[in-house]
Write a protein that binds this ligand. Sequence first.
Ligand SMILES: Cc1ncc(COP(=O)(O)O)c(C=O)c1O
Length: 370
Amino acid sequence: MKVPFFRFDWFFQENRRQIMSVHEEIMSSGRYVHGDYTQRLEEKLAELCTRRFAATTGSCTDALFFALQAVGIKDGDEVIVPPFSFVATLDSILRCGGVPVFVDISREHFMLDIDKLEDAITQRTKAIVLVQLFGQCHPQQETIHKIAQKHGIPLIIDAAQAVGIKNNGISAAKVGDIACISFDPTKIVSAYGTGGAILTDDENTYTTIKKLANHGLSNGISEISGYNSKISELEAAYILLQIEKLPQTMARLNEVAEKYLSQLDVVEEIALHQKYCTEPNCHKFVISTDKRDELRNYLENNNIETKIHYAKLLSEQKILAGRKFLKHNLSNAEKASRQVLSLPIYPNITYEEISYVCQYIKAFFCKSAH
Ligand SMILES: Cc1ncc(COP(=O)(O)O)c(C=O)c1O
């Protein structure tokens, strides 16, 4: 048996007829961008995330960059950010000239450690970026928003991996001043190219980001210096279809996670990190162990593909060379980057495949105990 890390075509294979028919309709309409599907998608996203406004962008990386610009981040402004995330989180700060201030993560859920947040806030802090990681909501997301509000600092949510999830009934993209989501092909709601969106309740922010994403134009007049950042009608239609099926997708992924949890719970040498958010979407299934690299090799030798999210912290990335940044004690993040391993998870992974993965994880620890 061979278990790939992800099966990118699962959604297409299961919904081929509907996808092809909507493609036929759009291709023959001659309307490829800024059409009805994009507008419907924006309305749907606002509804899904319980926000007043949604605007689509070319990617979540762009969405984060526009969000930081919209709250006024410029050269030398400090932006608090956890170091355990995909490089896009960092890149968007650097693109604005911001100075990243890395604050450690919690050992339990791998997101920002709320107890370390206030110590890192200074007069120069002009934004906080909270990353909702691995398909979980930060369990204290509302308290983090209150801390940001108390200090008068905008809170931006990197909800790239967090579409459709809630903590205690509150969407991962509802907290904060602006939330950014991704439709990258690895995501739970994805495009077949790139795509993203911002969500906000503030009309001015929405209007500014709409302009930034479309050459700075408003009613055909160039008002600010902007960018060209959009999704196609084909992608908007594809994403809409995925949102329609999101409850079923999440239910299937939660079932996969349950199967992993029930079979791996007995393995004392690994920690399971899937229990801190009340309603996860299970975008990733992450375990951690001191023997991560040996385990990964062993699984690979037995045809099980795994990934590491993230082997290198943002604070260790080469793009920081020659840039100003600040780093608090990051011991939890450093440890996580040495220990984490993401197991295969997708809606059409079979029970046999899950059991195969678990069987080899158990065999590895049995073998290494002798
Ligand atoms: C946490 C996080 N932030 C930002 C991004 C960037 O998203 P995109 O690929 O849509 O630019 C991603 C994923 O790719 C991500 O996982």
